[in-house]
Design a protein around this ligand. Structure first.
Ligand code: UTP
Length: 294
């Protein structure tokens, strides 16, 4: 029997240097896409997939993330007094249940693998989902829900993948595709940033993982990889020798909000999807585009 997936880890301790100066005092994960912080999209996706325990790996200057997932009594009181019931309800639905969030610190940003390792005590000896919050998806059902289906079928480890232009593979972690359909195929190998001629496919790993707890020991034994950081891919490659990895070519579209273009595009795409904003925003966009062409 496959152990139920109950825990999700959100690494939010990075420096967000690509967004300076915005991220000097404000965590990147709290930048807003329309009117929700980036981190909220990943938490919503995890909730939809049945996650019960939300583990955040934070760092300095990130306390505001903790506050975001807490109650704000003064604000709630003011909204209540002013009869703003809709806003009040929104705050309440966004809030994880009491005791369902945990926060730990990565004292130094030593890479994603190290951030995940910092969550080992909170995760314990069970499988966990890993969501990189910068990647937000427009997907129905959510990408993690699509992965849980594959996990229930095959157990082991699962990663979400997407296709890129074969000329771009050298910027990403690439998987080799074995047997099985798009929704759940066996991964035969994993290569970090290969030359296009050496790449086993053009399928990149895209920010969502389901991992078994054995990964923690392997991270611990990893030497520092590219850029002096402890990478997660190195530990996953080691785990592949022992356990199955399933790839899910997810249905949907990703926005990499760690990059400016991805962040701006996410704002446009999510705003255009909102019934209260789309018509007016589209008009504005047309005007902006016409003016930019002049
Ligand atoms: P990124 O490499 O995209 O984030 O990591 P970054 O380092 O903050 O951004 P830039 O490149 O300097 O602009 C993806 C996710 O992993 C977290 C980040 O917070 C982000 O959510 N992360 C990264 C950590 O928690 N710790 C690290 O040491 C590195």
């Amino acid at each position: 029997m496959t152990a139920k997936l109950r825990v999700a880890v959100f690494p939010v301790a990075g420096l967000g240097t690509r967004f300076l100066p915005a991220t000097k005092a404000m965590p990147k994960e709290m930048l807003t896409v329309v009117d929700r912080p980036i981190i909220q999209y990943a938490v919503d996706e995890a909730k939809e997939a049945g996650i019960e325990h939300f583990v955040f790996v934070t760092g300095r200057n990130k306390a505001v993330i903790e506050d975001h997932f807490d109650r704000q009594f003064e604000l709630e009181h003011t909204l209540e007094q002013r009869g703003k019931t809709e806003a009040l309800e929104l705050l309440q639905t966004d809030l994880p249940e009491p005791g369902k969030t945990s926060f730990t610190r990565q004292q130094e940003p030593l890479g994603l693998g190290h951030a995940v390792w910092c969550a080992r005590q909170l995760v314990g000896n069970e499988p966990f989902a890993l969501l990189l919050p910068d990647m937000i998806f427009k997907a129905q059902p959510g990408v993690l829900s699509q992965m849980v289906k594959a996990y229930e079928q095959h157990g082991g480890n699962v990663v979400a993948v997407e296709e890129v232009d074969p000329a771009e593979v050298s910027s990403y972690g690439i998987v080799g595709r074995g047997d099985g359909p798009d929704e759940a195929f066996e991964i035969t190998e994993m290569v970090e940033k290969p030359e296009p001629k050496d790449a086993p496919s053009n399928l990149i790993i895209s920010g969502r993982y389901i991992l078994q707890p054995e990964i923690f020991k392997l991270i611990e034994n990893q030497p520092r990889g590219a850029g002096g950081e402890i990478q997660i891919t190195d530990a996953m490659q080691a785990l592949m020798g022992q356990q199955r990895f399933t790839g899910v070519k997810y249905e949907g579209r990703v926005f990499d909000c760690g990059s400016k273009i991805g962040f701006l595009s996410a704002n446009a795409a999510f705003a255009l999807d909102r019934p209260d904003l789309s018509a007016e925003f589209l008009q504005e966009l047309h005007q902006i585009i016409r003016a930019a062409k002049r």
